[in-house]
Design a protein around this ligand. Structure first.
Ligand SMILES: [Fe+2]
Length: 223
């Protein structure tokens, strides 16, 4: 039997619309003064040398993590001010009622530029973010995955990726670029192909709100 399903076209709807429902925002921009990155790197190197934080296990490729309360260091004030400002604007975009917001944790990774890092989320916060401090050419990208992975139980082959079928997002790492996203979005670091002479340095942070969430059966006091 010949397949003649495409022979005659059925009438289409009129006044058609396509709504993009329940978006996942990614906020990004550049620090206005890139020399902030150099000052931050100097402080991070000092922490690395002093033995504070979490050194990479002996014999493994470099993956040093600083202590996770960097937001309290005077050397971080410039970047903390930008993070507080931008995260306030984002919380306002969501119209989140709150008394205030604050950085719960801030840390940095100084790592081999090609080191990959598994997918993970950041718990116990509303917003998460990074600032690229040092980005050797071709170092690993931070990549973001769709939080709607469950919709991928049937995965056709796509001829071309577009915003309807994409499930991964990434941007080239760039010194001074800040990215902020809702903390439930899974992310990872891809394997890089950089010259290993230089380290990849990324500052990471989490943001939470203070105040009373007044909801019947879901009341929560956040101090
Ligand atoms: Fe992360």
């Amino acid at each position: 039997m010949p397949d003649n399903r495409a022979a005659a076209r059925a009438p289409e709807l009129i006044t058609k619309q396509m709504f993009m429902l329940f978006p996942t925002p990614m906020f990004t921009g550049m620090l206005p003064d890139l020399s902030v990155c150099d000052r931050i790197e100097k402080k991070l190197r000092e922490l690395q040398r002093s033995g504070k934080g979490f050194p990479s296990p002996g014999g493994m490729i470099l993956a040093y993590m600083t202590p996770d309360d960097l937001q309290n260091l005077p050397e971080m004030k410039e970047v903390v001010d930008v993070i507080m400002e931008e995260s306030g604007i984002i919380l306002d975009a969501y119209t989140i009622k709150r008394e205030s917001h604050y950085i719960t944790n801030m840390w940095a990774n100084i790592a081999n530029p090609n080191r990959r890092h598994n997918f993970h989320i950041h718990p116990n916060c509303l917003l998460s973010g990074i600032v690229y401090i040092k980005t050797p050419k071709n170092c690993g990208r931070t990549i973001f995955a769709s939080p709607r992975m469950n919709s991928k139980n049937i995965e056709p082959t796509y001829v071309q990726k577009n915003e309807l079928n994409a499930d991964i997002f990434s941007m080239p790492p760039e010194k001074g670029r800040m990215m902020i996203w809702p903390s439930h979005v899974p992310h990872a670091v891809e394997q890089g192909t950089a010259d290993e002479a230089e380290d990849r340095i990324v500052l990471a942070f989490n943001v939470m709100i203070r105040g009373l969430i007044e909801q019947t059966t879901a009341r929560l006091v956040l101090r």
